[in-house]
Ligand binder design. Structure first.
Ligand code: FAD
Length: 403
């Protein structure tokens, strides 16, 4: 029995517990998570942790004594399988029943898996958890060739690290460009060229038919029958929100769980935050979206904590995100989905530039590559929805002049 039970001990869940204590919440708090570890940062899994440049202890969100010191019960290795909103209890896979006053659902998502023949061979990896990446790292000494399925951020980051580790890497992307879901064509073309310059083969418009191999992969068969040889497959094709128990309890939502501006679900005393929360975002073209970012996880955690402690403030944060590949630091602010214009500022061949996305003449987002000043100053343009023309964006010495 706890005043607040948080299901999912990832970014959002951990931050919710932290935010509750910061708000001087004096009640009892339990964090229930199905992974064995204390909450840790996921972004390094496809970056420095995979590269072996950061030990696991350094990616913990807080050290162990933080949680005990703040009287936050850490129920790790426990999976919640059912929610009873009337009795205000959750049930875990080991049969335990835990009562709550308020429930925060912060379960993120499970990596989408391939469904084709060979998808379950050992040597076919997702990149979502520490366990996933540790398995991958363990196999690297016996791996020469890696096929990365999916040219999104996670696939591309993994490709960059693996090629730096000396592996021969091929990226297999079904669309006609990488990052197609999240960025404009100039950014896709830039990253394709960078990966190729680093020796990564980037194949666009290819469909995976099956994974070939007896126990370990020996190749990826494409729809046209070609077999791309490899001894490891890394799959980065998105996530499926982990909301089955909540949906079964009656929570509304098609893609994840629907929440209002205070992160409240349609069920009483139940909040949802982070990757699994479908919310109305002021910066999105369409009404309801899920955002898969640390920013969104942290900010929604704060929103739920403030709602629970009686000082509600609606969610209104500007989306931001980053990706590290090779020596390139990409920083994005705003949401470019639905843009009808894109202006390139700076020089991609100099490996420092920004894309400024417009919709109906207004700035909606920026993607900044090794261009931190544009990122910092562009945020205000996104917040203001500044109405600018291409010549001004290209010509300004500093973006802050344009406000
Ligand atoms: P998670 O952090 O996934 O936490 C959810 C937790 O709940 C997990 O531990 C899960 O196992 C657990 N869980 C699920 N179901 C249950 C259940 N029924 N019972 C108990 N526990 C359950 N974002 C950025 O902003 N920048 C980046 O550069 C970036 N890079 C990334 C790289 C990788 C490889 C990955 C995987 C993600 C990256 N992200 C990045 C995204 C970011 O990590 C996520 O948006 C963030 O972790 C979301 O937090 P969350 O708490 O919603 O979900």
């Amino acid at each position: 029995e706890y005043d607040v039970v948080i299901v999912g001990a990832g970014h959002a869940g951990a931050q919710a517990a932290i935010a509750l204590r910061q708000a001087k919440f004096a009640g009892t708090i339990a964090l229930v998570g199905d992974e064995p570890e204390l909450p840790y940062e996921r972004p390094p899994l496809s970056k420095d942790y995979l590269a072996g440049d950061k030990a696991f202890e350094r990616i913990l969100i807080r050290p162990a004594d933080f949680w005990t010191g703040r009287d936050i019960a850490m129920l790790t290795g426990r999976k919640v399988v059912a929610v009873d909103p009337d009795a205000r209890r959750v049930t875990t896979a080991d049969g335990a029943s835990i009562g709550y006053g308020d429930l925060i659902w912060a379960t993120g998502g499970a990596p989408r898996r391939l469904s084709c023949l060979g998808h379950d061979l050992s040597g076919v990896h997702s990149v979502r958890t520490r366990a996933d990446v540790d398995r991958m790292i363990g196999e690297l000494p016996d791996t020469a060739r890696v096929a990365v399925v999916g040219g999104g951020y996670i696939g591309l980051e993994a490709a960059a690290v693996l090629s730096k580790l000396g592996k021969q890497v091929v990226v297999l992307e079904a669309q006609d460009r990488v990052l197609a879901r999240v960025a404009g064509a100039p950014l896709s073309r830039f990253y394709e060229a960078e990966h190729r310059a680093h020796g990564v083969e980037v194949r666009l418009g290819v469909q995976v038919d099956s994974i070939v191999g007896e126990t370990r992969p020996t190749g990826v068969r494409l729809h046209d029958g070609e077999i791309v040889p490899c001894d490891m497959v890394v799959v980065g094709i998105g996530i499926v929100p982990a909301v089955a128990p909540l949906r079964a309890a009656g929570a509304e939502g098609e893609n994840g769980v629907d929440v209002d501006e205070y992160c409240r679900t349609s069920l009483p005393h139940i909040y949802a935050i982070g990757d699994c929360a479908a919310h109305r975002n002021a910066f999105a073209e369409h009404a309801r979206i899920r955002l898969e970012s640390v920013q969104n996880a942290n900010d929604q955690a704060g929103v739920a904590a403030r709602a629970i402690t009686g000082a509600p403030e609606p969610y209104h944060a500007v989306p931001w995100f980053w990706s590290n590949q090779y020596d390139l630091r990409l920083q994005t602010v705003g949401l470019s989905t639905g843009h009808d214009g894109v202006v390139v500022r700076g020089d991609p061949t100099a490996r420092s530039f920004s894309l400024v996305y417009l919709r109906e003449g207004r700035v909606i987002a920026l993607d900044c590559v090794n261009a931190t000043r544009d990122y910092a100053q562009g945020r205000a343009l996104v917040v203001a929805g500044a109405r600018l023309d291409a010549a001004a964006i290209v010509g300004a010495v500093a973006l802050k002049e344009l406000l």
